[in-house]
Design a binder for this molecule. Structure first.
Ligand SMILES: OCN(O)CCCc1ccccc1
Ligand code: NI
Length: 183
């Protein structure tokens, strides 16, 4: 199972590399890696597991964060409507997006960043994502709200981008102009 010991931290070069597409159909090894990513996210939301293994809670995780430079992400979160979303995806791709932006009023964090980085992270408000699920089905998702934000955070990791790269350098705490604030 993945624990915090497996998660690389900022400064590790793998966090700044573009990850490779996963060959389809996925190998057993790639399927196991993707399942392990989803298991980490799920375990990190379970109080007993957090306690037992010293896990830092996360709502997503990308393969480069465990030093696997392949295009795989896992996401598990309950959205603003109380709906549980759980995704384990190969080769996710943002195929289109809104001009309108959105941001989390709480800012963002990262399991690979062992420090708070205050500031707003402007992102696309709505995105259309194509990907292949762990079970091999092709997905075509239209996302908004918190789920859209988290997908963009994870797909950024596949392109060597960290959340703070998007912040306004002059004033990170300036609300992004005309963007939707997500509480
Ligand atoms: O890459 C996953 N990760 O480092 C865990 C935190 C995920 C995350 C946190 C805040 C906003 C969007 C995504
Ligand atoms: Ni992250």
């Amino acid at each position: 199972m993945i624990t915090m010991d497996d998660i690389i931290r900022e400064g590790h070069p793998a966090l700044r590399k573009a990850a490779e597409e996963v060959a389809m159909p996925p190998s057993d090894e790639d399927k196991k890696t993707l399942q392990d990513l989803l298991d980490y996210v799920s375990n990190s939301q379970n109080p007993e597991m957090i306690e037992k293994y010293g896990l830092r809670p996360g709502i997503g995780l990308a393969a480069p964060q465990i030093n696997v430079s392949k295009r795989m992400i896992a996401i598990r979160l309950t959205d603003e409507k109380g709906i549980l979303h759980s995704y384990a995806l190969f080769n996710p791709k943002i195929v289109s997006h809104s001009i309108e932006k959105s941001y989390l009023t709480s800012g963002e964090g990262c399991l690979s960043v062992d420090r708070p980085v205050p500031g707003y992270v402007p992102r696309h408000a709505r995105i259309r994502v194509k990907a292949v699920s762990l079970e091999g089905e092709e997905l075509d998702l239209r996302l908004r709200g918190l789920l859209s934000i988290v997908f963009q955070h994870e797909i950024d990791h596949l392109n060597g981008i960290m959340f703070y790269d998007h912040m306004n350098e002059k004033d990170p705490m300036q609300e992004p102009e005309g963007a939707i604030a997500i509480e």
